[in-house]
Design a protein around this ligand. Structure first.
Ligand code: KG4
Ligand code: ZN
Length: 338
């Protein structure tokens, strides 16, 4: 079954052709990041406009690169939520029109379910159940993936998402948006003994809270500036990243023990973080757990992951009718299940 997938939930217009949830035929991503960089974050109105301008070209490139004419498709998948409502609407409406015109099933996909499914494209041996750490710009979850379309949220962030914390810390240090990658690079050269930052605490064994840590970075930098002392960005980045990585990894491993899972799967933009990847590899080896990390190309937003999840949603009967709308907030456990 060949599915054309469309993703437009934030600032990437993306389309891909995926077969049977596992074989990637093409993946095209048009990023708007340079434009949003001017404002230090995503401007929703600009995002929607750029999606409108780019979507037709991105979809046709995905079809051309996959050498798949429209007639060979068996379904159209769209990210229907969560995300920026105006941005989502562009992909949902484009996909809906295409599905209607071609008389194909329209498959709505939950963005976070998609992030997890990115791993299916590179690891044929990976099948549920497993425990997933989803860390992106908007979400931080520990999720028990019981089956392809059955999810149990075991832990979540109570305030800022991990990526958001990275981006805000980066901004405080004067790095461009989105700053996760700059913190990652700076952290490699830093001295962890220079500064101290607090370890975040959150209610609930597997929940996260990163807003206090973010504020602590802001206060640290302001205090140094007020005293006329230099801010050693690399050293702040190392200390900050170390705390985020330790928090995420410790909770994930503890949850794996409680829920008796021996397979860990990482997903989302922050899964690209080199410190997180190497720590997860280290603990997986220590604890004798299997670990699946998505390749860097599938960590950030893309449509390939949406096409992968869509296959399993379709098999479960989760097909939309022509009244499908975009939804800014959607429960991961509920998804777009019928
Ligand atoms: O999954 P994603 O592309 O978009 C959302 O669904 O939110 O995640 C984007 C987030 C941003 O916050 C970005 O700074 C972060 O992922 N990110 C990183 C790295 N690469 C991207 N964070 C830390 N280290 C990285 N190497
Ligand atoms: Zn995402």
């Amino acid at each position: 079954m060949k599915i054309l997938a469309i993703e437009s939930s934030c600032d990437e217009t993306a389309s891909a052709v995926v077969e049977n949830g596992r074989i990637l035929h093409s993946s095209v991503i048009l990023s708007q990041v340079e434009e949003h960089q001017l404002y230090g974050g995503v401007v929703p109105e600009i995002a929607s406009r750029r999606h409108v301008e780019g979507i037709e070209q991105v979809v046709s490139q995905a079809l051309t690169q996959a050498d798949t004419p429209l007639e060979e498709l068996d379904g159209i998948a769209v990210t229907a939520g969560p995300g920026l409502i105006g941005a989502l609407l562009v992909g949902v409406n484009f996909g809906k029109a295409l599905a209607y015109q071609q008389n194909l099933p329209l498959i709505p996909v939950h963005h976070i379910r998609g992030h997890i499914a990115a791993n299916y494209l590179v690891y044929p041996e990976l099948t549920p159940p497993f425990l997933s750490l989803v860390v992106s710009g908007g979400h931080s979850h520990i999720v028990l993936v019981k089956d392809y379309t059955q999810f149990q949220v075991v832990g979540r962030t109570l305030d800022d998402a991990a990526g958001e914390a990275f981006d805000k810390a980066a901004r405080t240090l004067g790095f461009p948006y989105p700053g996760g990658i700059y913190i990652d690079e700076a952290a490699k050269k830093g001295n962890p003994a220079t500064y101290r930052l607090p370890t975040p605490r959150a209610e609930g064994a597997y929940n996260f809270s990163f807003s206090g840590l973010k504020t602590a970075v802001i206060n640290l930098v302001h205090n140094l500036e007020q005293k006329g002392e230099p801010v050693i960005k690399e050293d702040v980045a190392t200390t900050f990243q170390e705390i985020v990585v330790t928090t995420l990894t410790d909770k994930l491993v503890a949850a794996a023990k409680e829920y008796k899972q021996d397979t860990l799967v990482c997903a989302g933009g922050v899964a690209a973080n080199s410190g997180l990847r190497s720590r997860l590899e280290q603990v997986a080896q220590q604890e004798n757990l299997k670990l699946f990390l998505p390749p860097l190309s599938l960590c950030g937003d893309n449509a390939a992951m949406i096409g992968a999840q869509a296959f399993y949603e379709f098999q479960d009967g989760n097909v939309a009718d022509w009244s499908l709308n975009a939804t800014a907030t959607v429960n991961l456990e509920q998804g777009f299940s019928k």
